[in-house]
Design a protein around this ligand. Structure first.
Ligand SMILES: [Fe+2]
Length: 495
């Protein structure tokens, strides 16, 4: 990357204010329970140098900040759909960035890490992240939106040490397919040429790029990593993540049949799985990344362990801490940050309305392909029959699983309503079709569980109106239980 570029100069000014964070854990505060996980790590004498905390309520983050004391915390945000054209025009987006800014200040986090991906686009909601359309125009949209996020965060003021949180974009995983034909390293180069953001490189995500772009059929994994890193803006990488990989349960049975039938040795169809053990191959890839001469701005190296069993977290972190103890010593001790309250804003680059419309249409086509309503043909799709086959895994198995089972098992949520549907022979699969039938705008900050609750009641209204009263009562019970689970102290105080 050319250090003379304004965006890169601005990145350097900002990243120099961030101290080395060292070896950390990226966690959710409830899953597993963070205080008891910290105790287990201390007993094992492997306290992480920092915790990256996944988005939660402000109240929960305040109590985590108070509990953790002086330990360094960073923030893993969610709900800023920066891959989407025109997203910054929405008041919900500004509200979501405002919330992220508040959380950064609560945690005194040096960075906002956010996936360069979305769960909401072209008016459709998904349970897990979908990668961006890998095209040049789409990268320019991301750059512009990321700059807008940074600008709004800057307006929310400095942290106590005088620095300002830096926006980091994490390269997302691929889940069986890739959309767009621009090489992924080039995509991130385009973003970094236009935005002062940093990046997070997740090693498991990188493995999925090897697996699902077809690179695994063309070259060895070490050769792929070498080629990828040579083309990737590695000097922008501020944090590295390592998490587990696993066969997703929605496709497990299908793959067993497939392998038996074809008898073709292939790489496993792993996807990103934070609860799963870290396969050794990821540490080999990590060694290769860490030895790259352009990895010069790394500040943190974290295992991403939300939803993982605590014993496994402690065991893996102990091994990890031993193996990578010297990484940050070689880069210097965790020095104090240099205050940097005055920063230069990266010049705003406004794209034309017609270009925005073109990208919007491309995302609409992307969704139509995912839903099986259009063929994966044309400029945005690689004409690869293997890729198309695996896209079918996503469409026919993974996606219905998200709606019916992920983040709330519909049959367990609406026990009475589902029983009444069964009695009438109405299949729950109809809910999947209903979910994706029409596009609609978001009415509130993104919460997949609450969306599922609302939409199931709407589904019942359509297919079994006389069950609607029961479904509405079950829905209200679910919303209340959800509020109590998320804000236990607040609910107790107000009741
Ligand atoms: Fe990650």
């Amino acid at each position: 990357m050319d250090c003379g570029e304004p965006a890169h100069r601005e990145f350097l000014r900002r990243v120099e204010a961030i101290p080395l964070h060292g070896l950390g854990l990226s966690v959710d505060i409830y899953s597993p329970d963070l205080p008891s996980l910290r105790r287990s790590l201390l007993e094992r004498q492997v306290p992480p140098a920092y915790f990256e905390i996944f988005r939660n309520t402000t109240r929960a983050l305040v109590s985590t900040r108070n509990e953790i004391g002086d330990a360094r915390l960073t923030y893993h945000g969610e709900g800023l759909w920066i891959t989407q054209p025109r997203v910054t025009e929405s008041w919900l987006f500004r509200q979501a960035v405002g919330e992220a800014g508040e959380h950064l200040h609560v945690l005194q986090s040096a960075w906002l890490n956010h996936e360069c991906a979305a769960k909401f686009f072209a008016g459709h909601c998904f349970g897990t992240y979908l990668p961006p359309l890998y095209t040049r125009g789409s990268a320019e949209v991301v750059a512009e939106n990321t700059t807008a996020v940074q600008r709004q965060l800057d307006q929310q003021g400095c942290l106590q040490d005088g620095s300002r949180p830096l926006v980091l974009l994490e390269m997302p995983p691929l889940t069986y397919f890739v959309a767009g034909t621009l090489p992924i390293p080039t995509f991130f180069h385009v973003i970094c040429n236009q935005s002062a953001c940093g990046l997070v490189l997740d090693i498991g995500h990188l493995w999925t790029v090897y697996r699902y772009t077809g690179a695994c059929r063309a070259m060895t994994l070490p050769r792929f990593v070498e080629t990828f890193l040579d083309d990737f803006p590695l000097e922008r990488v501020v944090e590295i993540h390592v998490a587990g990989l696993d066969i997703h349960e929605s496709i497990r049975a299908c793959l067993t049949q497939e392998i038996t039938r074809t008898d073709v040795p292939a790489l496993p169809a792993w996807t990103d799985a934070h609860a799963a053990p870290i396969p050794p191959v990821l540490l080999e890839m990590l060694d290769q990344v860490l030895s790259h001469p352009r990895l010069i701005n790394l500040r943190g190296l974290a295992l991403e362990v939300d939803t993982k069993p605590p014993d496994l977290i402690v065991e893996e972190f102990a091994v990890f801490a031993r193996r990578y103890a010297s990484v940050f010593h070689q880069k210097g001790d965790c020095e104090k940050p240099r205050p940097l309250c005055e920063v230069n804003a990266v010049p705003e680059s406004k794209r034309s309305a017609s270009t925005e419309a073109t990208i919007e249409e491309a995302y609409e086509r992307y969704v139509q392909v995912l839903l099986g309503k259009a063929e994966p043909r044309g400029l945005e799709w690689n004409q690869d029959p293997v890729g198309t086959h695996e896209l079918e895994l996503y469409r026919s198995l993974y996606l219905p699983y998200e709606i019916l089972h992920w983040s709330g098992e519909v049959e367990d949520m609406f026990v009475g309503s589902c029983r009444r549907l069964r009695e009438r022979g109405i299949a729950l699969e109809g809910f999947v079709a209903f979910w994706f039938r029409n596009s609609q705008p978001l009415a509130d900050l993104y919460d997949f569980f609450l969306l599922k609750v609302d939409r199931f009641v709407a589904f019942i209204h359509e297919v079994a109106p006389d069950v609607e009263e029961l479904a509405a009562a079950e829905a209200e019970g679910l919303r209340q239980a959800y509020r109590i689970a998320n804000e236990p102290s607040q609910t107790l105080q107000s009741s």
